[in-house]
Design a protein around this ligand. Structure first.
Ligand code: NAD
Length: 140
């Protein structure tokens, strides 16, 4: 199993570094991300849908991270957080419009106040606009 872990993590020195910086790193792979986010604190913006953000939030929580989910959609965000909690993970929801620069300090402060640190940012929130870049307005 150790040799398999070394193969996946690149080399024995990579494994040693991983284990020294991430004390939770497991010798057992079993579908995990090698403990890389164990105990870390992550913000996932746009995590309140059934999309990529929600999947990122669930995956991070499953791997041991404490996750702050932000979204415009309060009901969707709370549902994602409830699902994570129901699966034994740790997450909380904050309403945020990521396009408002002034929304960021409060979100970062809230994450640090709630969980003590901030290590990971998944800047996922967004919308797709199907047009040529030159036709986009600043508001887009
Ligand atoms: N799905 C794809 O094929 C694809 C392809 C390329 C890029 N992307 C990008 O990946 C990201 C996620 O895609 P998805 O398909 O999961 O989208 P989704 O629409 O399922 O989820 C996006 C989430 O972002 C939230 N959101 C939108 N604007 C926001 C804002 N201003 N502030 C806070 N939250 C906001 C929405 O409420 C929603 O919960 C998006 O940024 C999208 O543009 C997706």
């Amino acid at each position: 199993m150790a040799s398999e872990l070394m193969r996946l993590s690149g080399s024995s020195s990579t494994l040693a570094r991983l284990k020294s910086t991430c004390p939770g790193t497991s010798d057992s792979l079993e579908g995990t991300l090698l403990g890389q986010v164990q105990g870390k604190v992550a913000i996932v913006t746009g995590g309140g849908a059934s999309g990529i953000g929600a999947a990122c939030a669930a995956t991070l929580a499953r791997e041991g991270a404490k996750v702050v989910v932000t979204d415009l959609d309060d009901a969707g965000g709370q549902a994602v957080v409830d699902r994570i909690g129901g699966s034994g993970g740790t997450a909380s929801f904050l309403h945020q419009d990521v396009s408002l620069e002034e929304s960021w300090p409060a979100v970062i402060e809230a994450a640090e106040r709630r969980f003590g640190h901030l290590h990971v940012m998944v800047a996922n929130a967004g919308i797709g606009i199907m047009c040529r870049a030159v036709e986009m307005s600043l508001a887009d």
